[in-house]
Design a binder for this molecule. Structure first.
Ligand SMILES: NC(=O)c1ccc[n+]([C@@H]2O[C@H](COP(=O)([O-])OP(=O)(O)OC[C@H]3O[C@@H](n4cnc5c(N)ncnc54)[C@H](OP(=O)(O)O)[C@@H]3O)[C@@H](O)[C@H]2O)c1
Length: 288
């Protein structure tokens, strides 16, 4: 049972919708575990109310905020300062209220990097293929660009992948980045000598759990396959990757680590990652 006092610090999620978010369960479990006098709640904020909601952070003295879809880009114009990572990626998922100033951060990409490292996979010097060129792929690509040897972005809509690759080349002077169409021919060509495959599309997500972005025959045992989809926890892609002997990383690790990094920005305490994952798993189970 969470104890709430007059001095309890409030953290919050703003997004639309937020009802199914795992973040309240994850953060409240972490606060409780460390005996911190904080509480985390979720606010459903429609796009036309975003400015009012951000004003409310200062007005009410809300201590820390997570920002989720559809506000990660639009929230920037209401903030006072941006951390370097958020500025480069053009996206904010975490706000720290410093009293006079609201500072924006992004922990999505670093969360993905931590998830890989947790699984014992260091992307430094590796060849990585990432599927998708939406918001999540963008965050991951920005976090990986400084580490990997080669990054190939494949997307259903080629122009989005080309645009993202151009941006990475410009921002990081990263010459090892290429874009391509997400097709069987291209996958067959690039996956043979790839070390890490990341699915950052929504293919395979509930309710379409029988879909996969890469057919089993193209997977191999030297791959690490990281699927950022976490509903279901074991996607068809991950199941088939396991069956060919590949190492697998599920999307809940990314969610947990992006949350852990936000937690650390707000509290300055080391996040209890295993406690957060357990709470998120329990909440996922309750939803099913
Ligand atoms: N684990 C985590 O912490 C975490 C965090 C963020 C997101 N996610 C998950 O990641 C997924 C993507 O999220 P997002 O925010 O990046 O979404 P988004 O910005 O809407 O991007 C969606 C991406 O998926 C591609 N796509 C969608 N349907 C497709 C299909 N049928 N075939 C091929 N490609 C398809 C899109 O391609 P086009 O450009 O061609 O439309 C685009 O690249 C979602 O499932 C989300 O739940 C997980």
């Amino acid at each position: 049972m969470i104890k709430v006092s007059g001095g309890t610090k409030v953290c919050a999620l703003i997004g639309c919708p937020v009802e199914h978010s795992l973040s309240p369960a994850m953060h409240n479990a972490a606060f409780q575990h460390l005996g911190l006098d904080y509480i985390y709640v979720a606010f459903n904020v429609p796009p036309e109310r975003l400015g009012d909601a951000v004003l409310g952070i200062k007005g009410l003295g809300i201590y820390g905020v997570n920002v989720t879809m559809p506000h990660k880009i639009n929230v920037i114009k209401y903030l006072d300062e941006l951390d370097e990572g958020a500025r480069l990626a053009g996206s904010v998922n975490t706000i720290l209220n410093r009293g006079e100033k609201l500072v924006g951060y992004t922990t999505d990409g670093l969360g993905a990097l931590r998830a890989l490292r947790h699984a014992g996979v260091d992307p430094a010097g590796r060849k990585v293929v990432i599927l998708g060129a939406g918001g999540a792929s963008r965050a991951i690509c920005f976090a990986l660009a400084n580490h990997v040897r080669e990054l190939i972005i494949l997307n259903r809509t080629l122009e989005r992948a080309v645009k993202l690759a151009d941006e990475l080349r410009r921002v990081f002077s990263f010459v090892g980045v290429r874009a391509g169409l997400l097709s069987e021919n291209v996958l067959e060509d690039v996956l043979k000598d790839t070390d890490i495959l990341i699915n950052a599309t929504s293919v395979g997500m509930k309710p379409n759990i029988n879909e996969t972005p890469v057919k089993r025959e193209l997977l191999h045992g030297n791959l690490t396959v990281f699927d950022i989809v976490y509903e279901p926890l074991e996607t068809r892609l991950l199941k088939e990757a396991k069956s060919v002997g590949a190492r697998t990383v599920d999307g809940l690790w990314m969610l947990v680590y992006q949350g852990a990094l936000s937690f650390e920005i707000w509290t300055g305490a080391k996040a209890p990652v295993e406690v957060m994952r357990e709470a998120a798993l329990k909440r996922l189970g309750e939803k099913e």
